[in-house]
Design a protein around this ligand. Structure first.
Ligand code: NAD
Ligand code: UFG
Length: 339
């Protein structure tokens, strides 16, 4: 299939591009580089030996998106493009709603005009809100605590409604848990701009000396050691989940939701300890106050993805920590070229 990856220069999109090419698909990337660097394309070429066609566009802009579909015979879209910082979304909600909703609406309109019927969407475990029960199963109640989360849930609703009205359309909603790690080559990885919001990039920036210590947000949660528990998944496993989802969409109509997680929950302290042990690096930390909006624990039941798509995560926490460190230590400043 020829697959358009919106946001394909980003963290998850770039790893998915590699796995799609490996599986024999063709890939086109559309990105406005609002949260990524053009150097990603050079690295993808190094890894895959393919020059991936790039459209530097805002995916909310219909004319620009129209051009991509007119110039290429696209079979499927994987829609990664979106703003993703939970905290920022509470201070500039309008920007989040505009960007994250408009991109989906534009894509759906243009896809309809060009009779493109496969849509895979990057949703998030955040749509489960504060879990009543763990592990999380796809049919459990949803609800959000911040504008970012609402954009994911609203997109899920929009896509479900549009698929219900168009019997030719296939929609796969992928609820990611916590992606970490990097490609085994150490050439692509997560490159947050500014101070990382997420735990793993923060740990690796402390380990490389860019930051003093990890701030552990609270040790009085109702968990094994009091720190927050999450379901961390290797980004390459997650990327392979998209290959499976694409193949599933191509052979099933309607909407389907899948959790993409491992089913294992690790605490913040376990993450710091494992990273430090596996990579033989010091990771100083300090317990500080809870971060507003955080929940005790969140992990998946990922059985449905295995039953229906024959996909499951294969890499363990040690591999996630090792690959994160390979990327971070080979690229201390991320994609910024060394001076
Ligand atoms: P990322 O920021 O690295 O990638 C997103 C890409 O989209 C970036 O390259 C950015 O430049 C691009 N983009 C944003 N708005 C755009 C627009 N209007 N037009 C064109 N390009 C645009 O993020 P990621 O971690 O790779 O996440 C990919 C998707 O997965 C996002 O939708 C995110 O919300 C979702 N998600 C991420 C996580 C996570 O922890 N990383 C968890 C759950 C869901
Ligand atoms: N944490 C710290 N210190 C930090 C960063 C995080 O102690 O510097 C803790 C958090 O309190 C939490 C855990 O580490 O207990 C994980 O936090 P992350 O910010 O890495 O991840 P979250 O689970 O809070 O959220 C992430 C994404 C969301 C997404 C969600 C589910 O940021 O966008 O996973 O996929 F919705």
């Amino acid at each position: 299939m020829k697959v358009l990856l919106t946001g394909g220069a980003g963290y998850i999109g770039s790893h998915t591009a590699v796995e799609l090419l490996k599986a024999g698909h063709d890939v086109i990337i559309a990105d406005n580089f609002s949260n990524s660097k053009k150097e990603v394309l050079n690295r993808l070429k190094e890894i895959t030996s393919v020059s991936i066609p790039l459209y530097e566009v805002d995916v909310a802009n219909k004319e620009e998106v129209e051009k991509i579909f007119s110039e290429n015979k696209i079979d499927a879209v994987i829609h990664f493009a979106g703003l993703k910082a939970v905290g920022e979304s509470t201070s500039i909600p309008l920007k989040y709603y505009r960007n994250n909703i408009d991109t989906t609406l534009t894509l759906l309109e243009v896809m309809q005009e060009h009779h493109v019927n496969n849509f895979v969407f990057s949703s998030s475990a955040t749509v489960y809100g504060v879990p009543e029960k763990l592990p999380l199963v796809e049919g459990m109640p949803t609800g959000c605590t911040n504008p970012y989360g609402w954009t994911k849930l609203m997109n899920e609703q929009i896509l479900t409604d549009v698929a219900a009205a168009n019997p030719d359309l296939s929609v796969v909603l992928l609820r990611y848990f916590n992606p970490i790690g990097a490609h085994e080559s150490g050439r692509i990885g997560e490159d947050p701009s500014g101070i990382p919001n997420n735990l793993m990039p923060y740990i690796s920036q402390v380990a490389i000396g860019r930051r003093d210590k990890v701030h552990v947000y609270g040790n009085d949660y109702n968990t094994k050691d009091g720190t927050g528990v999450r379901d961390y998944i290797h980004v390459v496993d997650l990327a392979k989940g998209h290959v499976a989802a694409l193949e599933y969409a191509d052979s099933h109509k309607g909407t389907e939701i899948f959790n993409l997680g491992t089913g294992n929950g690790y605490s913040v302290l376990e993450m710091i300890e494992t990273f430090s042990r596996v990579n033989q690096v010091a990771v100083p930390y300090e317990i500080v106050a809870r971060r507003p909006g955080d929940i005790d624990a969140c992990y998946a039941n990922a059985d449905k993805a295995y039953e229906k798509m024959h996909w499951r995560a294969e890499k363990n926490l040690e591999e996630m920590c090792r690959d994160t460190w390979k990327w971070q230590s080979n690229n201390p400043l991320g994609y910024e070229l060394e001076k």
